[in-house]
Design a protein around this ligand. Structure first.
Ligand SMILES: [Zn+2]
Ligand SMILES: [Zn+2]
Length: 291
């Protein structure tokens, strides 16, 4: 058991919602926070994205640190800098502690000069936010990450690939002692029904493939209420299943649930997706996973 734990990665979804957070009983089963994922492997802790789910994760890390008498230390990977992936950062409690150590990896913006630090600073600027980034007393080491970059953290290896999304986004593959996962949110499949080669490359043979599946086919094509979502930078569960199959992934998890999809709709999407890729489930803030 102990050996299995040492060899495995533990994944917890603290935010599974796309675009904007939701609340209410009708979202309680899968959760309403925007994207934030915690990956624990050996003595490494990775956090992917700082959506609103980062706030409760920060509470857990602070409580754990008090209990164990240890400081909070984490590597944070940002897929991109749209609101729903950064809004939790000002509410990340451990970042206000001088003893906390954070390594923050983010892409350069399209202009080639605007960094993650610039965007987080702008987010925490009056009149839209009263407290500046400099109030966060933690040690913050900022790093630029881009397409095909590799980051080695002990036995854990992170690879990044550019995905198809307005202003861009990065997909991440994490390998740890023979286990692997690919996290690909905010990505749109090619319009000709094929599979994105970069994503295929990133997800090849992974134990766990987490993929954007914000829309149904009907929504994507404009056969449901509202305009067609083609070109908005998100995928469907059909495209996610197709990619999982092409990549030879063992398990598929659908994420970035649309804020208009309550638990009933997400459950129906999960069921439909299982017909295309049986080892599939919808990401839930209530269900940690192990690979
Ligand atoms: Zn998003
Ligand atoms: Zn986005």
């Amino acid at each position: 058991m102990a050996v299995a734990l040492l060899l495995s990665m533990r994944i917890r979804f603290w935010g599974v919602r796309g675009s904007i957070a939701t609340s209410g009983a009708e979202f309680a089963q899968f959760g309403g926070n925007t994207t934030c994922v915690e990956i624990e492997a050996g003595d490494q802790r990775l956090i992917i994205d700082a959506g609103t789910g980062l706030r409760p994760l920060g509470e857990k890390l602070s409580a754990q640190a008090r209990l164990l008498g240890r400081e909070v230390s984490a590597t944070m990977l940002f897929t991109h800098l749209h609101w729903d992936h950064i809004q939790g950062f000002p509410f990340f409690g451990p970042a206000y502690q001088p003893t906390t150590e954070l390594d923050l990896y983010g892409p350069l913006e399209e202009d080639g000069v605007t960094t993650l630090a610039d965007v987080l600073t702008a987010q925490m600027t009056p009149p839209t936010f009263p407290v500046g980034l400099d109030a966060m007393a933690a040690t913050k080491r900022f790093h630029v990450i881009g397409d095909q970059d590799v980051v080695e953290l002990g036995d854990l290896v992170v690879r990044a690939r550019s995905l198809s999304h307005p202003q861009g986004s990065l997909g991440y593959r994490v390998d740890y002692r023979g286990r692997s996962l690919c996290f690909a949110t905010d990505t749109e499949h090619p319009s000709d029904g094929s599979v994105d080669e970069a994503l295929l490359d990133l997800a090849r043979g992974v134990d766990l493939f987490v993929c954007d599946a914000q829309y149904t086919e009907a929504e994507y094509e404009g056969r449901a209420a509202g305009p067609p979502r083609r070109g908005w930078g998100h995928s469907t569960y059909v495209a996610a299943a197709r990619t999982a199959r092409a990549a030879g992934a063992r398990r598929l998890v659908l994420t970035h649930h649309d804020p208009d999809h309550d638990d009933e709709v997400v459950e129906a999407i999960e069921h439909e997706a299982q017909l295309l890729f049986p080892a599939c489930r919808a990401a839930s803030e209530a269900h940690p996973l192990t690979v």
